[in-house]
Ligand binder design. Structure first.
Ligand SMILES: Cc1cc2nc3c(=O)[nH]c(=O)nc-3n(C[C@H](O)[C@H](O)[C@H](O)COP(=O)(O)OP(=O)(O)OC[C@H]3O[C@@H](n4cnc5c(N)ncnc54)[C@H](O)[C@@H]3O)c2cc1C
Length: 404
């Protein structure tokens, strides 16, 4: 296949982060290559729930209505069941003055979401190169950065004035820059789809056990996403992924019974080990977006929003600098600062929630408080829904009500 090889921006990876960045840059008139090793539609192990604020970015790309028409579910909040069995529910339209872009989040299969986002980038003029893997990132020169890509047996070199690394959790771009850091907790997720799970409502569910947790999310058309996350050190591999998933699910008898009432309609897929971050998300003529820049724990389910919003931040920072041709490491550093401003509070909340999940007695304690005072749960769910400022749940008066 013949195509041009010199672009303003080469985006590595067409997940939510890369496709959104490519679409927004192409919309601003930049020439963009969007390089993706898979071919769409492709699956991606994920609990497949999007926060209410994610809909704003999808609307910006004219996708939200289409996705709802195509069957995406609307989730009105989250229900959590603690290890000791205390349930509580937080609603997006909660007992507080904050309102999200919508009072619901969407949930839908990643096959559909990611294919739509990549198509949106292509429709806006990005050159989408599927089945094409980035193998190497060249050093920066006055012409830009080169990336060596392989498509089947064919290798070629693309040049971008800037390269955006949006290649996910194990980002090759981040590793080649030497900025990738591994988290201490090593976890693994097994994800699949069931039809006809008993008792599903219009909320996502998280069931927490002493060593693992299970998420259930209706993703439309009667299908439920079932995701089990466990510490790698605590699970013993038993034969196939199917057996392993069943073994982990049996630790949650009530969930297991509800899931068994339905029928599995997809393979079990594995993801992880995860928990990683980067020392910085910029280098000379390079930006990192989405999981390539930061990924912690899927419990609070905000990775897709971070990918979409991170792409917006990257494009806002990059577009004027492309025009002024100021693309050195120091020129791009304000993107790191913008990420800290945007996500810093959420990173703290994610770590606190993750700590609670790893300490069952504490989670049982706060679950009882949340059950007694649903307004507190609404606030936390609003933070995970990306429309309540994290400071609301980090302030001493809020924490005091939970711990006492
Ligand atoms: C078990 C689990 C459950 C989750 N549940 C949720 C949830 O419910 N809600 C939520 O918001 N988030 C969830 N997340 C997080 C979410 O999946 C990610 O944050 C999100 O996918 C990040 O998008 P991304 O575009 O950065 O990366 P990805 O979606 O991983 O996309 C990266 C893309 O880059 C491509 N790629 C990789 N390497 C190369 C290469 N060398 N060359 C070319 N292409 C390459 C890949 O094929 C892929 O298409 C979950 C994650 C896990 C593991």
């Amino acid at each position: 296949m013949t195509y041009r090889t010199v672009f303003d921006v080469v985006v590595v990876g067409a997940g939510p982060a890369g496709s959104t960045a490519a679409a927004l840059l192409a919309e601003r008139g930049c020439s963009v290559a969007l390089v993706e090793r898979a071919a769409f539609p492709r699956p991606k192990p994920c609990a497949e729930y999007l926060s209410p604020e994610a809909t704003r970015v999808l609307d910006r790309l004219d996708l939200a209505e289409t996705l709802v028409r195509e069957g995406a579910a609307r989730l009105r909040g989250m229900r959590v069941v603690s290890p000791g069995g205390t349930p509580f529910t937080g609603r997006f339209a909660g007992a507080h003055p904050f309102r999200g872009y919508r009072d619901y989040g969407l949930a839908l299969p990643r096959e559909v979401l990611d294919a739509r986002l990549a198509a949106a980038a292509a429709e806006r003029g990005a050159v989408l190169l599927e089945r094409t893997t980035v193998e190497q990132l060249g050093s920066a020169s006055s012409a830009g950065r080169t990336v060596v890509v392989r498509c089947g047996g064919d290798r070629r070199t693309l040049t971008g004035r800037v390269v955006i690394g949006a290649d996910g959790l194990n980002s090759r771009v981040a590793r080649m820059l030497g900025v990738a850091r591994r988290g201490r907790r090593r976890r693994l997720a097994l994800v699949t789809h069931y039809e006809g799970v008993a008792g599903m409502e219009d909320v996502g569910e998280m069931h927490v056990g002493p060593a693992s947790y299970v998420g259930l999310a209706p993703v439309g058309r009667g299908i439920t996403n079932v995701a089990v996350v466990a510490d790698l050190g605590r699970v013993r591999r038993l034969g196939s992924l199917d057996e392993w998933a069943a073994q982990l699910l049996r630790a949650f008898p009530s969930v297991y019974e509800r899931v068994r009432a339905g029928q599995r309609v997809g393979p079990v897929r594995a993801a992880g080990p995860f928990a990683r971050s980067t020392r910085r998300a910029t280098a000379e003529r390079v930006l990192l977006v989405g999981d390539a820049a930061d990924f912690y724990d899927p419990f609070t389910g905000e990775g897709i929003y971070a990918a979409l919003r991170g792409a917006e931040l990257a494009v806002d920072q990059l577009a004027p600098r492309l025009e002024a041709d100021r693309l050195g490491a120091a020129d791009l550093a304000p993107y790191d600062a913008a990420r800290r401003r945007e996500f810093g509070g959420k990173w703290v909340v994610e770590r606190v929630v993750s700590w609670m999940v790893a300490h069952p007695a504490w989670l049982d304690h706060v679950a009882r408080r949340f059950a007694q005072k649903p307004a507190l749960a609404d606030l936390l769910v609003g933070v995970t829904g990306d429309f309540v400022p994290p400071s609301q749940v980090l302030k001493p008066s809020y924490v005091w009500q939970l711990v006492t």
